[in-house]
Write a protein that binds this ligand. Structure first.
Ligand code: AMP
Length: 370
């Protein structure tokens, strides 16, 4: 029986471990939190910080192959481990994605269309870059940003003054893209074998992914070009394993926004919405099994369950409708904007989804702010 090691025991680690178990594969998970969601399903776990070199080495020793769901594992620890143990995705895709400037530069160098961008290191370079790019534009911290944190839109002189505060850390300035919609791809690659899950449309609320909608409403011709671009990009970079890419769609064209070398929230719909899913294919990649081409089972909508949505999700789970799949991650602390679970609806048109959700959601379940 094979064992895979997972660095990170959040919901992504949990879902990798669930799919591994269905494939008869053992898992060992490392996470600093004693009650990490993945610990309830994995076979073994290690409670340790992500910068604990000895603990990470112990994880590698106990595993036939190791992957990560946490993106900020320090390179000085992971690189030497990649040389001695089987971490087939390696450090490169992680390194390239850890810094937004490096990420966009790398994407452009490997043939993906990207929005105009410039490095910003201080107030002077911010003012210069804004003058050259024009407003509106978007300033983002180069590292540690997620779900819209660490970024601001600059559309006026006042915004510019407010944005100066962000430049205490290295930043990137991007043109403001007037996109029609956002979509993403999840691709798994092993040499000549490469699969991409159906392109989904992502709808955000308050900077956090709210819904993934399949089919995306984007023409199949454009979806095909986007999927092909992701596959070419992975091959050009020499990346192996799993890679998610978010794109902006503008008319008949698309622009790279960001990437993550791990399963992605926008791919959760694949668990029931496609014939094989992102976590399962990652496990198959890690255990050396041939990859399987996914196909859409039917229209699918995935909704993230934040803290304020938990009561509605519980009502939906209790009602037990056909084609409704509720996943709760078992997180101990519930906050209004924390991702607590997700629901996937398969076989219903996207338009029906809102009505179903509104039947169950009561705005005073939990205040949006606490
Ligand atoms: P990110 O963390 O880069 O994914 O940004 C979070 C969200 O902010 C994206 O999903 C977009 O909705 C929006 N956004 C980010 N970058 C830009 C941009 N250059 N132009 C317009 N909107 C953006």
């Amino acid at each position: 029986m094979k064992t895979i090691g997972i660095i990170g025991g959040g919901q992504l680690g949990l879902m990798i471990a669930e799919q591994a178990r269905l494939l008869g594969v053992r898992t060992v998970v490392l996470d600093p939190a004693e009650d990490a969601p993945a610990f309830s399903v994995c076979d073994e776990h290690i409670v340790a910080r992500f910068d604990d070199a000895a603990a990470l080495e112990e994880l590698c020793r106990r595993s036939d192959a190791v992957t990560y769901e946490f993106e900020n594992v320090p390179g000085e620890i992971l690189v030497p481990l990649c040389e001695r143990y089987n971490i087939p995705q390696g450090y490169r895709p992680l390194y390239d994605s850890q810094d937004r400037l490096r990420e966009k530069t790398n994407a452009a160098e490997h043939g993906l269309p990207v929005p105009r961008f410039a490095a910003v290191d201080d107030e002077v370079s911010l003012r210069r870059a804004v003058a050259e790019m024009g407003m509106p534009c978007v300033l983002k911290t180069r590292t540690m940003g997620y779900d819209g944190h660490g970024q601001c839109v600059i559309g006026s002189a006042e915004d510019l003054e407010r944005a100066v505060g962000l430049t205490s850390v290295p930043c990137i300035l991007e043109e403001f893209v007037r996109f029609d919609c956002e979509v993403s791809t999840v691709t798994v690659r092993r040499g000549d074998e490469c699969i991409t899950f159906p392109v989904g449309r992502n709808i955000h609320r308050d900077g956090i992914l709210d819904l993934s909608v399949l089919p995306s409403g984007v023409s199949s011709e454009l979806c095909g070009r986007i999927a092909a671009a992701s596959e070419r990009f992975m091959a050009s970079c020499g990346y192996e394993g799993i890679l998610a890419i978010e794109y902006f769609v503008c008319g008949d064209s698309f622009l790279f926004n960001e990437m993550a070398p791990r399963p992605h929230n926008s791919g959760h719909y694949t668990i029931e919405g496609t014939t094989t899913n992102q976590f399962r294919e990652l496990v198959r990649y890690l255990t050396g099994e041939p990859l399987q081409q996914p196909a859409l089972e039917g229209p699918a909508v995935m909704k993230n369950i934040l803290g304020r949505d938990v009561a509605a999700a519980e009502r939906i789970a209790a009602a037990g409708g056909r084609g409704v799949f509720v996943h709760m991650y078992g997180k101990s602390e519930c906050r209004p904007k924390r991702k607590m679970g997700h629901i996937t609806f398969v076989g219903r048109a996207a338009e029906e989804f809102d009505a179903v959700w509104n039947d169950y959601f009561k705005p005073d379940d939990m205040p949006a702010k606490q």
